[in-house]
Design a protein around this ligand. Structure first.
Ligand code: PBG
Length: 324
């Protein structure tokens, strides 16, 4: 025998010891389940690029959300698939009090009042241009977009959303939305800011699910450059100063360094979004039998928590919650 001063393997010897020394854990309480809603009754359409994910009609969303809450998932994030005939350059449909999203929020709050409902504040699912801001001759206009976003946030809060989540990356939107919510006595409605959102290739399957890809150009003048980390601190500090209750980093796995730095810097809770492309890659490899995607999914999500996320948006939430 060698006289080794330290044998780290002793702490890995049995499952009991491994459980005792484990630093990070995943629980259903950490998870937010993103859901795509469509018009109709008892409708379910598969999303080719997102195995095991569906677009569901409102009644089905309510059933699934009820079950998710029973499995211990505290929150869902809603994304509406808007009929192309209802899309226009100003995202007018986004403030319709009887719009698909608003009706879904009301149904959910009636059926499962304790479930936290998070709504997405961004023009793209409603925009005929497929951008998160107002387009004028190829330019994305910042301040005119803020007026549209604040009206959208008020409409979602009035419908009963617990938290509104601006995902557009316009400058100043958190402050403008906070003021608009306060003016309309929606002081209890929280803001989850997509503070650090990169111009990422990993959003492809999501845009496919909502048919929301930009009709022209890309999102690089408002979403962040994947090469930058310092800028992430600036974005987060601005959003916190403007009133964000929770900040987010998105995507998650390719940006764990940024996530860790943000978690160490801010004193508000930090969310991370395991986006559609991250999800699709794992599921696709799993379907091919190349990896065990359930294990790889858990490992990915654990890594995201270990890096500092307090909560994770993941399309795997429902399946995973049943296993945890
Ligand atoms: C829209 C929005 C996007 C996602 C969430 N909200 C797409 C985009 O910015 O183009 C992506 C989520 C995912 O890929 O899972 N503002």
């Amino acid at each position: 025998m060698f006289d080794l001063p330290s044998r780290p393997r002793r702490n890995r010897r049995t499952d009991s010891i491994r459980r005792l020394v484990r630093e990070t854990s995943l629980s259903p309480s950490d998870l937010i389940w993103p859901l795509f809603v469509i018009e109709g009754q008892d409708q379910e359409t598969a999303i080719a690029s997102m195995p095991d994910c569906y677009r569901w009609s409102r009644d089905r969303i309510v059933t699934e959300a009820k079950e998710a809450f029973a499995r211990g998932i505290p929150a869902i994030a809603l994304f509406p698939a808007i009929d192309v005939a209802k899309k226009d350059s100003r995202a007018t449909e986004s403030t319709n009090p009887d719009g698909l999203l608003q009706r879904t929020v009301r149904d959910l709050k009636d059926a499962v009042p304790e479930l936290c409902v998070i709504t997405d504040v961004a023009m793209d699912p409603y925009s005929s241009d497929g951008h998160d801001g107002l387009v004028d001759e190829g330019q994305i206009l910042n301040d005119p977009t803020l007026e549209i976003l604040s009206a959208m946030a008020i409409s979602q809060a009035d419908a009963g959303a617990d938290i509104v989540a601006p995902s557009d990356m316009m400058d100043g939107r958190v402050g403008v939305i906070r003021a608009a919510l306060d003016d309309t006595v929606n002081t209890d409605t929280g803001i989850l800011a997509y503070s650090v959102k990169y111009a990422s290739a990993f959003y492809g399957p999501f845009r496919n699910a909502l048919d929301s890809a930009p009709r022209e150009g890309n999102k690089q003048t408002y979403q962040m450059d994947p090469a930058n980390a310092r800028e992430a601190i600036r974005e987060v500090e601005l959003d916190v100063a403007e009133g964000a209750d929770i900040v987010m980093v998105k995507p998650a796995l390719p940006y764990l360094d940024v996530l860790a730095e943000i978690a160490a810097t801010v004193d508000v809770p930090v969310a991370a979004y395991q986006v559609s492309g991250e999800y699709a890659m794992l599921r696709a490899a799993g379907k091919h039998g190349w990896i065990d995607d359930e294990l790889a999914m858990r490992e990915s999500l654990l890594s995201i928590k270990r890096a500092g996320a307090d909560m994770i948006l993941t399309y795997a939430a429902f399946t995973l919650a049943a296993q945890l």
